[in-house]
Ligand binder design. Structure first.
Ligand SMILES: *[C@@H]1O[C@H](CO)[C@@H](O)[C@H](O)[C@H]1NC(C)=O
Ligand SMILES: *[C@@H]1O[C@H](CO)[C@@H](O)[C@H](O)[C@H]1NC(C)=O
Ligand SMILES: *[C@@H]1O[C@H](CO)[C@@H](O)[C@H](O)[C@H]1NC(C)=O
Ligand SMILES: *[C@@H]1O[C@H](CO)[C@@H](O)[C@H](O)[C@H]1NC(C)=O
Length: 400
């Protein structure tokens, strides 16, 4: 049982169940220590929270505070209405039954070709995101750490940041461009672990256009349950968007539920160059376009040991420029890996209520590209162990 170390030193802990990899990240983000060894603080106001996360910025807004600090969150910080609301002309994403629709702000021409309508949104989610400096940990206490109405912004060359055991929710739900939960743009050594993310307007996690290097996203619950959704099915479409210049990302042991696409959308814009290892994640009840979408030649996705339960498309064959993916669903495809990775890959598993998956690319270029990072590739457990492990381990309230 691993229940010692960083967290034990910070807060009184009882450790009722076995929890793996709580105290140190594995995969590309290995070695991330955040604020470990620095002072521990517990903010009580939004202003304090902001200052502890980043005490100073330069003229470009980049955080210059790299003091080691552990920021414990033991309450709800609710940003909604803190900056007021704004009404402007946006559009309906898609007409759904009963006159319902998600709405969108008219960013990047999003509303071209869509029905215009007036959209009222909370300004905090868009204009008041929390900037985090280098050498910081933000850690929720038991299940009490909640940030509502805005997200986290990790950018401008920062490094060594842990976001753990925090609930990030209610950022302009149902309004596309209404705010991301976590964005990483020009940062390295980031560990996003054991969080719960739900009801956001835009992406749950987004990288680009700077790089997101040495990132591990582990044991989180991404809950896409929403009122309407892009496919009118109560599921959130905008899960993960990876567009960084030089992204190396491990997605490990997460639960993804009630989404309808972008799991992830990787590559496809600007100079995106992404290496992604997806291991032992549990996707369940995923409709629309399904999960993996690799959109350009420089997006390399290796997915192994994942459990796809009632997922419309474990891999979505995008109309244009499908990028390379290696997703074995049987032992033979998995064995191809041993030539490049010095071990077999672990097959993914899928259960479908209706149609079967019909696309599981085995693009060797992915193995070639990832073979140079072999020390960062987690050895997966068998896919059929994933539902049990993630049910015990993923989400908040499990680490302290
Ligand atoms: C983080 O802290 C370490 C140790 O105090 C220090 O050497 C390093 O420069 C800091 N990182 C940044 C980006 O400032
Ligand atoms: C949060 O922790 C601080 C420091 O231990 C404590 O003083 C405070 O009462 C706690 N707040 C809540 C809401 O539990
Ligand atoms: C959206 O923005 C574009 C410019 O990017 C503009 O041409 C268009 O009229 C706008 N649509 C609405 C509904 O405001
Ligand atoms: C998904 O949404 C449905 C309602 O649409 C709900 O019943 C279900 O519990 C949610 N979660 C999962 C994992 O399917």
């Amino acid at each position: 049982m691993l229940c010692t170390g960083l967290l034990l030193a910070l807060v009184a802990i009882t450790c009722p169940m076995a929890v793996d990899a709580v105290n140190a990240p594995v995969g590309f983000g290995a070695g991330t220590t955040g604020g470990q060894g620095g002072t521990t603080v517990t903010p009580t106001t939004i202003a304090q929270l902001r200052t502890y996360l980043c005490g100073s910025t330069d003229s470009r807004g980049h955080c210059t505070d790299s003091t080691r600090r552990v920021i414990l969150i033991n309450r709800t910080f609710d940003f909604r209405n803190s900056l007021g609301k704004k009404t402007e002309t946006g559009c309906k994403v898609k007409a759904c039954p009963n006159g319902q629709s998600d709405l969108g702000l008219n960013w990047s021409g999003f509303c071209n070709g869509r029905t215009a309508t007036s959209v009222t949104y909370d300004l905090a989610g868009v204009n008041d995101r929390l900037v985090i400096g280098s050498n910081k940990s933000i850690i929720g206490v038991k299940n009490t750490g909640v940030i509502k109405g805005t997200g986290l912004r990790i950018f401008g060359g920062v490094s060594n940041i842990i976001v753990q055991n925090v609930q990030i929710t209610d950022i302009n739900e149902g309004i596309v461009w209404g705010g991301d939960a976590i964005s990483i743009d020009g940062a390295s050594k980031i560990w996003i672990d054991h969080n719960y993310i739900a009801r956001v307007g835009r992406q749950m996690i987004v990288t680009g256009f700077g790089s997101a290097t040495d990132v591990t996203i582990s044991h989180n619950v991404f809950d896409g349950s929403t009122r309407v959704g892009a496919y009118c099915d109560g599921r959130h479409y905008w899960l993960w968007l990876f567009l960084g210049k030089s992204d190396t990302i491990t997605l490990y042991g997460n639960i993804i539920q009630n989404t309808s696409g972008r799991g992830p959308h990787s590559g496809g814009m600007n100079s995106a160059d992404v290496r992604l290892h997806m291991v032992n994640n549990h996707f369940r009840n995923v409709g629309g376009e399904g999960a993996l979408m690799s959109l350009s030649k420089t997006s390399y996705i290796l997915a192994e040991g994942n459990y796809f339960q009632n997922v419309a498309h474990p891999v979505y064959k995008y109309r244009t420029e499908p990028g390379p993916v290696f997703t074995p669903f049987d032992g033979n495809a998995a064995k191809t890996c041993s030539t490049y990775l010095k071990r077999s890959c672990v097959a993914n598993s899928q259960t479908q209520s209706s149609s079967k998956w019909n696309y599981s690319p085995a693009d060797i270029i992915v193995l070639k590209k990832l073979s140079t990072y072999s020390s960062s590739l987690i050895n997966p457990a068998a896919a059929n162990t994933v539902p049990g492990t993630t049910a015990r381990n993923a989400g908040v309230g499990k680490v302290n």
